[in-house]
Design a protein around this ligand. Structure first.
Ligand code: TXA
Ligand code: MG
Length: 342
């Protein structure tokens, strides 16, 4: 299969460039498209043969449900069996935007392999002109996980999608680099209080300011059966092992020395302020005090490490408040929990 990359400009209403991708989706094909968080790999959410291809192309475990993307808030009542008042308030505050709400589903509409028979459906209205235009022209919901091979960092550029899926999908809509850079927050609205299953672009602080206290991911991680099935899998992994390290000049220098003494090449992902540490490669991710800059650059930096000869990747920890919660969640998974102690 030849993969065609179709360039679309943000905000430009050029229906022609979308038409072939809309036709492809209507015929049960897959299209990668940009959202404000990461690129998604879309298929018609109501077509089980189409959505089955998503799992095959990504190498995704079949027990991990897919998020369903919709173009209007009104569509929630089509697919959700009931809509709690708190969900309405979150939709008003944050949609379109990086927040996925889990509802009990109305049976028989969304393909069963999308919800993996859980009786719930994750809905989100993305805040990206290309995604919204695609959904408007299609007039149907799109099941779309991140458009990476399972286990790899999510794609924040069309070139990342091509690297993982070239030859496996017919179309990539190229809308440039995504803005937020980490995936949407996933919150389960079927429990009281609602529970954050995955931290993301809308922070727990922002959510609690609208609907009051919620349960957060740390509890879910301790539970035997993770509530967001995706949480149990290996994630965001470059080829070389990742170790977390404190944002401390001395520690980083010592770590680099200890590793280079063993003949290992080191790449560092860290804030602009610590760039003077002289590893073989330093990928700067913005100001330390602003984790949203790290969010925007993290997956690109992890993928850039794959383009180097690094044997080890040191990733500098970020503050854990606000967007820092989502970033540290991804970094811990990329490192499989490993911290470098000198
Ligand atoms: O920002 C995003 O959310 C991106 C863009 C493309 O929208 N999508 C994305 O999808 O990150 P994915 O498949 O990589 O992650 C979806 C997460 C998984 O952890 C999955 O387990 C959880 O959402 N999820 C989806 N539907 C669910 C459901 N019904 N119940 C519980 N968890 C669900
Ligand atoms: Mg993913």
């Amino acid at each position: 299969m030849n993969t065609q990359t179709v360039k679309v400009d943000k905000g430009v209403d050029n229906d022609n460039s979308y038409q072939q991708t809309v036709d492809c989706l209507r015929n049960g094909g897959l299209v990668a498209f940009p959202t404000e968080t990461v690129y998604g790999l879309g298929a018609l959410a109501t077509d089980p043969d189409a959505t089955k291809k998503i799992f095959e192309v990504k190498g995704r475990p079949s027990d991990n449900p897919l998020i369903v993307h919709i173009g209007t808030k009104e569509e929630v009542s089509t697919y959700a069996a009931e809509i709690p008042d708190s969900a309405l308030r979150l939709m008003d505050a944050f949609w379109p935007g990086p927040l996925t709400l889990i509802f009990n589903e109305k049976p028989g509409l969304i393909a069963e392999n999308v919800t993996v028979g859980r009786g719930t459906v994750g809905l989100r209205m993305p805040d990206h002109p290309v995604a919204l235009q695609l959904l408007r022209l299609l007039g149907a919901p799109l099941a779309a996980p991140s458009a990476n091979r399972s286990g790899k960092p999510s794609p924040t550029k069309a070139s990342h999608v091509a690297r993982d899926l070239d030859g496996r999908i017919p179309f990539i809509l190229d809308g440039g680099a995504t803005g937020v850079g980490v995936e949407s927050t996933v919150i389960d609205m079927t429990t009281t209080p609602p529970e954050i299953l995955r931290p993301g672009g809308v922070t727990v602080e922002m959510i609690e300011a609208v609907i009051g206290p919620v349960r957060s991911e740390s509890h879910a991680e301790e539970a035997d059966a993770p509530r967001a099935p995706g949480m149990k899998y290996m994630h965001y992994s470059p080829d070389a092992p990742v170790w977390l390290i404190e944002p401390d000049q001395n520690q980083i220098e010592q770590a680099i020395r200890a590793l280079t003494d063993k003949g290992l090449k080191v790449a560092v992902i860290g804030p602009d302020e610590l760039e003077s540490n002289k590893p073989s490669w330093y990928f700067a991710t913005g100001a330390y005090a602003d984790p949203s800059q790290l969010a925007a650059h993290l997956y690109d930096a992890l993928r850039n490490c794959d383009e180097t000869e690094a044997d080890v990747i040191l990733a500098v920890e970020s503050p854990s408040e606000g967007m820092g919660a989502a970033v540290m969640n991804r970094l811990k998974k990329a490192a499989d929990g490993k911290r470098f102690l000198v």
